[in-house]
Write a new protein. Structure first.
Length: 384
């Protein structure tokens, strides 16, 4: 991308040609269910994904704990392309949000907007890797049996495991792009600092490259404390799920990812709102394991890339939305931090009837044109 230094943030306008069907897309909470673990069908207009597991032997976590076998589940879309030396030159890594899985990106509203022929991440050109992070999806997680004896993983551990999957499992030694949503966006910043030179471009969607504090941290503590304070939790060794604690945690999560306009559409009257809320809680309770959720939110405890932003050599396109409760623009964090990113650009999408609060990160119809321009201008990392 063309950038000789820090650039001021830009405000987006709704792109022309926005497809009307998205205005009838999922309600914010239905969207969140997809992002945080719900199933989605594969979009038919890009190659079918291939699923597999990679097992890392004796993976050592930052706490010093180890797992004899760490299973990393992943999907790939497209095929690797190699240069004369045999190195893969077209790999793209896409990272999901808290509680989600790589499968969420196979929806028509995400993969259907990005992976098809002629689209920004055309799977006939790119080798797209969609992993399930540690503690998520079909990768190793507390609910597999260890419960609270599962290692207390962090975002650094999750990124190191992704690196192992790529280098040892898929024989990928360089990435064209890392794109992430929410937690995956925070992983983008970690990638840029932990493995400078490994990635050409980073696209974090809905994040800030600094310690989680203020309301964001308090909401996470509410989720954690709601679970652990339920007498039925029994230090993670529950027989019956701690429904009261989980319901309270889900309530906080709902508010974190909320959008007033879309919620009002989902519950335009008192009775409709009540029915909608009760349905959402029931659906989420059936799909959520208390220990998994506890670990997922605790994993962000030491996230703080703010000290090493100057180490990032990759080009960065950071995109947030103005109606995001998790990353509210009024804090001014991005304006303070982005000037320290050598090849960075920040885009703020304004609130509209098409944004979905925090969930805007998974609607490329709203930000895909920025990604397309970024890819066209992207050159190898400065250290390459």
């Amino acid at each position: 991308m063309r950038s000789n230094g820090p650039r001021k943030h830009e405000k987006d306008t709704v792109p022309r040609g926005f497809r009307g069907r998205l205005s009838q897309f999922l309600s914010p909470l239905s969207l969140c269910f997809v992002l945080f673990g719900g199933g989605v069908a594969h979009a038919a207009d890009f190659p079918a994904p291939v699923e597999a597991d990679y097992v890392v032997a004796n993976f050592r976590f930052g706490t010093g704990e180890t797992l004899p076998e760490l299973k990393l589940h992943y999907r790939t879309v497209g095929a690797p392309r190699r240069d004369a030396s045999g190195a893969v030159v077209n790999a793209v890594l896409i990272l999901h949000g808290t509680g989600g899985s790589g499968g969420g990106f196979l929806s028509q509203t995400f993969g259907g907007e990005l992976f098809g022929a002629g689209q920004p991440l055309d799977a006939t050109r790119y080798f797209i890797v969609l992993p399930d992070g540690i503690g998520h999806g079909k990768s190793s997680k507390p609910s597999d049996g260890l419960r609270m004896r599962f290692p207390k993983y962090t975002y650094d551990d999750m990124v190191r495991a992704q690196h192992r999957l790529l280098t040892d499992g898929l024989k990928v030694s360089h990435l064209r792009l890392v794109l992430g949503t929410s937690m995956g966006a925070m992983h983008c910043w970690v990638w840029g600092e932990m493995y400078p030179g490994f990635v050409d471009g980073l696209v974090p969607l809905a994040s800030a490259p600094t310690q989680i504090a203020g309301r964001n941290r308090v909401m996470r503590k509410m989720i954690i404390n709601s679970i652990t304070s339920d007498a039925a939790w029994k230090d993670g060794n529950y027989v019956e799920p701690p429904r009261q604690g989980l319901t309270a945690a889900i309530n906080v999560l709902m508010m974190m990812t909320s959008n007033p306009l879309q919620w009002h559409k989902s519950g335009a009257t008192r009775d409709e709102a009540d029915r909608w809320y009760e349905s959402q809680v029931a659906t989420r309770l059936a799909a959520t394991d208390a220990n998994d959720m506890l670990y997922q939110y605790n994993a962000s405890r030491d996230y703080d890339p703010s000290g090493d932003l100057e180490k990032i050599t990759a080009a960065v396109l950071a995109i947030n939305s103005a109606d995001d409760v998790v990353n509210p623009p009024e804090l001014g964090l991005m304006e303070k931090l982005m000037p320290r990113v050598k090849r960075g650009r920040y885009v703020l999408i304004p609130t509209s009837d098409r944004t979905r609060g925090h969930g805007t990160h998974s609607l490329p119809a709203l930000w895909g044109r920025y990604l397309a321009d970024f890819l066209k201008e992207l050159s190898p990392s400065a250290s390459q």
